[in-house]
Ligand binder design. Structure first.
Ligand code: ATP
Length: 615
């Protein structure tokens, strides 16, 4: 049974409206895909059926435009009736699979992939299949459809060219319906509808060739009515105010509102204008008022001194008077920086006295200790000079008058040290104008201090003297002071020679000859040597078992012109006791001497807290 015409017309209308919904969604999705300016939300938002229904409501109200349009012919109505019947048969035959496939294809068009490669072939195949269908008739609607394709690319749907606002007249609605029917005829359901197919093959080719993307295709998109909201990510532009010069304003710490114009430069606006006048550069405080000036005054003591010295009263210096002017230096008397030289000397004396008083233990400074030592040596020299024996005087004559190299020795207390100080005194007088001609040395530091001299190693500039002679010579020549001493010395005094190593004595003799370029012993230097070889021996080196005395040196005999032994003992007044000590010195103690020492044995009692040292 065939439904009544009104019912068939309604089904036909519903079918067309379903296709229209699908095509509008597909067309809108493609438009949004080609226009990146549209928001993602709007791009992926399909049109709802209710929206489409509302859009098509004018058409639905103008339903007679399909069933009984003014320009539709009876043949067209008959073909539509046949198509509707065929559609119902296909539905009855279980064409659900094809419908589902069609739905899947529609879903692809509604939600197309972002890849152009996945869109374009699909559209091309669709257009090819739609346009290569043989068409037998040409109708005015065919021309309108072709014009639609020429004006649009392959992406937009046929409805994209007709704005909803323009679909008001029945003629326009019919034209759009015809174009829709002509395209939907490619699906096969409308193959037997000759009036709604495209015309010739040439027209199809021309339409296919016109399927291309042109930049003018979206020139009329401004009038396109879409169901999306304009994104508010960018602030609206405000009218430019560049014509009116901006006034320099201090930078505002707070962030600019979103509605303000975004500057192209990060510099503040007042940097774009010339600086203000100098008077505008004054320091500004919170209330634009300067803090009160701080008064600066000199100490009260200065003012009192000035008053005591009958000076002008000190005027307090304040910044209010003239802060920019530099005050003139005061030339008043009595100020700390105006002290005379005599006052400075007096202050130094007072400071020395205060330092002496402040040292409760009475410790002496280094200079004071040297002065005391010199006084001690002078006093001993004067005392010895006074009581020199004939032996001692003979030695002095050999040294001072004849310029002979002398070695004098003697037992303890015979006055060797007294005689040596007398000789030094005489030689200093002799070389008073050239003190460097006399060099006073000793084997140890203590012995050197006793006669006011230096150690033999220090004088020679050889350090420990362990190297060979050439190395020591080089070493001395690199030392200007040591070399000068060797060259300038005329008389060399060596005290406590018993502790001088024999090899060192030979080294010194050879060094003197090379440095002074003189083949004589010690390079021609006069030697005045004293000591007692029965006393402390030299300290042997690490590799030696026994020390070598100086008189065992190879150059000893050639270096000494006279060897004198003092015999008069001045320390002990008892000749028996002196004899006993002399026997002990020689290591040949007689029985009488042993018995005499035993008789001196007695218990010792000390109440000073010190113990006896046992050697
Ligand atoms: N010619 C002299 N007239 C008077 N007294 C002297 C004379 N010579 C030395 N004396 C005194 O003899 C004492 C010992 O003198 P000195 O110390 O010089 O002897 P020494 O040989 O150096 O002794 P040691 O070898 O033990 O050092 C000192 O007290 C010194 O004053």
């Amino acid at each position: 049974m065939c439904p009544p015409p009104s019912a068939r017309a309604f089904e036909h209308h519903e079918l067309l409206r379903g296709w229209a919904v699908c095509w509008m969604n597909a067309g809108l999705a493609r438009v949004l895909a080609l226009r990146p300016s549209l928001s993602p939300s709007s791009r992926t938002r399909p049109l709802s059926p209710s929206h489409i229904r509302n859009k098509l409501r004018p058409q639905q109200a103008a339903g007679p435009c399909i069933t009984a349009p003014a320009s539709a012919s009876a043949s067209v109505l008959a073909s539509k009736t046949a198509m509707l019947g065929r559609a119902k048969r296909d539905r009855a035959k279980g064409a659900d699979a094809s419908i589902l496939a069609t739905k899947s294809d529609l879903a692809k068009q509604l939600f197309p992939s972002s890849s152009p490669s996945s869109q374009q072939p699909e559209i091309t195949s669709w257009a090819t299949s739609a346009l290569h269908k043989p068409r037998s008739t040409t109708t005015p609607s065919t021309t309108q459809t072709a014009n639609l394709f020429r004006s649009r690319s392959a992406n937009p749907p046929p409805f994209s060219g007709a704005r909803p606002s323009s679909i008001n007249s029945n003629a326009a609605g019919m034209s759009r319906a015809n174009s829709l029917v002509s395209i939907c005829g490619n699906a096969g359901s409308f193959e037997d509808c000759p009036s709604l197919t495209l015309g010739t093959t040439q027209a199809s080719k021309s339409i296919f060739s016109s399927v291309c993307v042109n930049e003018d295709d979206f020139s009329d998109d401004d009038a396109l009515e879409l169901d999306y909201e304009c994104p508010a990510s960018l602030p609206p532009l405000q009218p430019s105010k560049s014509k009116t010069p901006l006034k320099a304003q201090p930078p505002v710490a707070t962030a600019a509102p979103s509605t303000s114009q975004i500057p192209w430069s990060s510099s503040p606006q007042h940097h774009m204008f010339p600086p203000n006048k100098p008077q505008d550069l004054k320091r500004e405080s919170a209330n634009n008022t300067l803090p009160p000036a701080k008064k600066r005054t000199l100490p009260k003591t200065w003012g009192e001194e000035s008053q005591n010295n009958d000076l002008e009263p000190m005027i307090p210096v304040t910044e209010d008077a003239n802060p920019s002017a530099t005050p003139m230096p005061s030339k008043k008397k009595g100020l700390p920086w105006n002290t005379t030289q005599s006052a400075v000397k007096e202050q130094r004396k007072q400071l020395k006295n205060q330092n002496k008083k402040s040292d409760p233990e009475g410790h002496l400074s280094l200079d004071e200790m040297r002065a005391v030592t010199d006084d001690h040596v002078i006093q001993k020299t004067k005392a010895s000079a006074i009581s020199l024996s004939s032996e001692q005087q003979h030695v002095i004559d050999l040294v001072t008058k004849k310029g002979q190299s002398v070695f004098f020795t003697g037992p303890a207390g015979t006055g060797k040290s007294v005689l040596m100080r007398a000789i030094i005194s005489e030689l200093k007088k002799k070389w008073a104008r050239d003190p460097e001609r006399l060099s006073v040395t000793a084997s140890t530091g203590l012995a050197a201090c006793n006669i006011g001299g230096q150690t033999l190693h220090s004088f020679a500039g050889i350090g420990l003297g362990k190297e060979d002679v050439p190395s020591l010579v080089k070493k001395i020549r690199r030392n200007a002071k040591a070399k000068n001493r060797w060259l300038r010395t005329k008389t060399l005094i060596i005290d406590e020679v018993s502790m001088v190593d024999g090899d060192l004595f030979d080294k010194l003799s050879q060094i003197a000859r090379e440095i002074r370029n003189n083949g004589r012993a010690f390079g021609g230097i006069q030697l005045v040597i004293t000591g007692d070889f029965f006393q402390l021996p030299p300290v042997p080196d690490g590799g030696k078992k026994e020390a070598k005395f100086a008189f065992d040196a190879a150059t000893w005999n050639t270096s000494i012109d006279h060897t004198i032994g003092l015999t008069q003992v001045f320390r002990q007044k008892d000749p028996q006791f002196a004899g006993m000590l002399n026997e002990m010195r020689l290591g040949k103690i007689s029985d009488d001497t042993v018995q005499a020492f035993k008789n001196l044995a007695r218990p010792l009692s000390f109440d000073d807290g010190l113990d006896v040292t046992e050697l």
